[in-house]
Design a protein around this ligand. Structure first.
Ligand SMILES: [Zn+2]
Length: 192
C-alpha cells in the first residue's frame, strides 16, 4: 500500500479505538503529538523500502533508505513482522522515556499506543496486498488475505486508489458520524 493509504488506515484505526476505548483528560499537545505518532507508526514499517515516503522527504534519504533496506533484510521483512513490531515498540518506548523529562506534560502512554495502533494498521493493510506479510518471522512464510494471491490488492493500483482508499474514507467518516457526540466531548475536554 502507498503511504497515503497507510496514513488514512492508521488514522481510521485510531479513531475507532478512541470511540471504543474513550480516553479521559487528553491535552491538546498530547492529542496533536499522538496523531503525529499514529501517522509515523502507520508508515514506519516501510522504513525497509528505499523509496518509502519517510525517506523521500529527507535530503539524503535515498542513501539511508538503502542502508536500512540491507539492515532489515529487504522490503517486507523484519519491520513487517510481529518481532519487528516488538522491536519498534520497545525502541519507541525508550525514545519516549528519554523525552519525558523535557516534555513532562505530554501523556507518553497515549502517544505510545497511538504509534503502535498505526504500526499494526500498516501490517494489516499490507496483508491484503499481493506480496503478503511475514507476520511470524523467522518462519519464512508470507501471510495474505484472501489466501489466493490474485484476489489481493496490488500496491498503487487502481484498486487501491479507487476502492481501498475510498472505503477507508467512508469507514472513517462513518465512525465520526456515528460517534459525533463522543468526539465533541473529547474536543471539549482537549480545549479546556
Ligand atoms: Zn509496508
Amino acid at each position: 500500500m502507498t503511504g497515503r493509504t497507510h496514513d488514512l488506515a492508521a488514522f481510521t484505526t485510531l479513531s475507532y479505538i478512541i470511540v471504543t476505548h474513550p480516553v479521559h483528560s487528553v491535552s491538546l499537545a498530547t492529542g496533536l503529538v499522538a496523531i503525529t505518532a499514529n501517522l509515523v507508526g502507520g508508515i514506519a514499517p516501510d522504513i525497509d523500502q528505499p523509496t518509502a515516503p519517510l525517506w523521500k522527504n529527507l535530503p539524503i534519504g535515498g542513501l539511508f533508505g538503502r542502508v536500512f533496506d540491507k539492515l532489515l533484510g529487504g522490503h517486507r521483512f523484519l519491520s513487517h513482522s510481529l518481532i519487528g513490531a516488538a522491536i519498534f515498540g520497545f525502541g519507541f518506548h525508550y525514545i519516549l522515556i528519554l523525552l519525558t523529562p523535557s516534555f513532562p506534560h505530554l501523556n507518553m502512554n497515549i502517544i505510545w499506543w497511538a504509534f503502535i495502533i498505526g504500526y499494526f494498521s500498516h501490517l494489516v493493510m499490507d496483508t491484503i496486498t499481493r506480496e503478503g506479510v511475514p507476520w511470524l518471522l523467522p518462519l519464512p512464510y508470507r501471510f495474505g488475505f484472501p489466501p489466493y494471491k490474485d484476489f489481493r490488492v496490488q500496491t498503487g493500483s487502481w484498486v487501491e486508489r479507487l476502492v481501498v482508499f475510498p472505503i477507508l474514507m467512508i469507514v472513517c467518516g462513518y465512525i465520526f458520524y456515528t460517534h459525533y457526540h463522543q468526539f465533541l466531548i473529547l474536543i471539549h475536554q482537549i480545549a479546556q
